[in-house]
Design a protein around this ligand. Structure first.
Ligand SMILES: Nc1nc2c(ncn2[C@@H]2O[C@H](COP(=O)(O)OP(=O)(O)OP(=O)(O)O)[C@@H](O)[C@H]2O)c(=O)[nH]1
Ligand SMILES: [Mg+2]
Length: 446
């Protein structure tokens, strides 16, 4: 089954390009034929001439990034985007969610829906959609939300996952907190799962684990693509009977988002290191899994500086840690292991009930997917996708700043001038506060 990716705005298009590059390079890496075939079926279609074409729709309200994507893929000669699957305009959405959602989205609805329909018709069977965008600009956030709404209306039975890039807390877009809250407030009801990468966290990975000095957006995007690829490449699920999972999106959504109030998904991987160090490093499953588990409960999104003092301790009333610091409580975790001897890896530590909210049994809350083929040059790698309290903090910061600006009526007229009402702001802020409150409750009722 195949996945159609919709890349929106500058960020969605730049991260999307790196994602397809990562998927392609990994599938090419002298690995097993069935793995490569499963990857191609999911993410590319083949032309009569044998060219691989990404199952992607590229949308931006300015032309530059999409043009660059076509130039880059033509230069590399590995795989292509299809020209007829792109839609670009000249002006951008000026970092304004309302401009994207209320003006550009509806204005171009028909042509965008046609492009998406054509891409869907190229799939023998559609597993679902992944819409990729930043939440801070105007096109990714506003048009991205609108297009997700169109997907939901047009394909009510298909799975839709959104990949959101969360801006640097000290970001360059003054209204980024408005755009983020408005995006989340609307997407939450449309999407089956919302994967979030925070630019701040990825920046730290580049600095502390990859030891990059002058970190560029290209470096950040490589890390995001590496992590996303580790989720998306073919795997064996518990009941896939030795074959690569066919209904990837269905399996993914049912493993992680069992409750409509909880859809936020964070990602972490071990190991992550400079590629020059990989050949000289030995990896063992037990320490990799132990590190990833500790990163989860101490809410540390990278392997450096893990707080080993945080231990879950189930006591009546709430989940506490031995040290009194907060334990990150999960609703669901999906562990994905890729590489050598993967079937010998013991993952029992992730089944401890104290990791999960009281109303979830670990049997339902925890899933493991495995793949014996190594991923992206790592002999062994472990990836955790977690529906947990991990994203409360960035969300809380965003909502607080958005509320403070709204209370001062700052920049509100820029949104109302595109037809948004002040009630729309309030609704999204209240909704985001409700999401934070729901996640905060996860650790409170043991
Ligand atoms: N990780 C990452 N972040 C990006 C990238 N490009 C932009 N951003 C972030 O995304 C936010 C800006 O959103 P853009 O994607 O540039 O905006 P857009 O969707 O094109 O919307 P408009 O330009 O307003 O029409 C800022 O927080 C940037 O830091 C990228 O390639 N990678
Ligand atoms: Mg732009």
């Amino acid at each position: 089954m195949s996945l159609v990716t919709v890349q929106l705005g500058q960020c969605g298009n730049q991260v999307g390009l790196d994602l397809f590059d990562t998927l392609y390079n990994d599938a090419q890496g002298g690995q097993r034929k069935t793995y490569t075939t499963a990857c191609y079926e999911r993410f590319f279609h083949q032309t009569k001439d044998g060219d691989l074409v990404a199952r992607a729709v590229l949308i931006d309200m300015e032309a530059k990034v999409i043009k660059q994507n076509f130039i880059k893929t033509a230069k590399s000669g590995k795989w292509k985007y299809d020209d007829v699957s792109s839609f670009k305009q000249k002006q951008g959405s000026g970092n304004n969610w309302a401009n994207g959602y209320l003006v550009h989205g509806p204005q171009h609805r028909e042509v965008v829906e046609d492009i998406i329909r054509r891409e869907v018709e190229r799939c023998d069977r559609l597993s679902g959609f992944m819409a990729m965008m930043s939440v801070a600009g105007g096109t990714g956030s506003g048009v991205g939300t609108y297009v997700t709404q169109c997907l939901r209306d047009g394909y009510p039975k298909s799975f839709i996952v959104n990949h959101l890039t969360w801006p640097y807390a000290a970001g360059e877009v003054i209204v980024q907190n408005y755009n983020s809250v408005l995006t989340l407030g609307h997407l939450y009801q449309l999407s089956d799962g919302i994967l979030v990468h925070e630019n701040d966290t990825v920046h730290k990975i580049c600095k502390h684990l990859l030891h990059i000095r002058d970190i560029s957006i290209a470096d950040i995007n490589k890390v995001i693509a590496h992590q996303l690829g580790a989720v998306l490449q073919p795997v064996l699920t518990a009941d896939s009977d030795g074959h690569y999972s066919r209904n990837f999106m269905g399996d993914f959504v049912s493993a992680l988002t069992c409750h409509p109030e909880y859809k936020l998904l964070s990602m972490s991987t071990v190991p992550q290191m400079q590629s020059s160090s990989i050949p000289y490093t030995t990896f063992k499953w037990t320490p990799l899994i132990k590190h990833l588990r500790q990163m989860l409960i101490s809410n540390n999104k990278m392997e450096e500086g893990i707080d080993w003092q945080v231990r879950p301790l189930a006591v009546s009333g709430r989940t506490q840690s031995l040290t009194g610091s907060n334990v990150n409580t999960s609703l669901a975790n999906l562990l994905i292991l890729r590489g050598k001897d993967v079937f010998t890896a013991d993952t029992g530590d992730f089944s401890e009930p104290a990791l999960y909210t009281s109303w979830q049994s670990p049997k339902d809350a925890f899933n493991v997917w495995k793949c014996p083929v190594h991923y992206n040059k790592y002999e062994k790698m472990a990836m955790l996708v977690s529906n947990s309290q991990a994203l409360i903090e960035p969300l809380d910061n965003t909502v607080r700043k958005a509320w403070n600006m709204f209370a001062a009526k700052a920049y509100v007229h820029q949104y109302t001038s595109f037809g948004m009402s002040e009630e729309d702001f309030l609704e999204s802020i209240t909704f985001a506060e409700q999401i934070i409150s729901s996640y905060s409750q996860l650790g409170c009722n043991r």
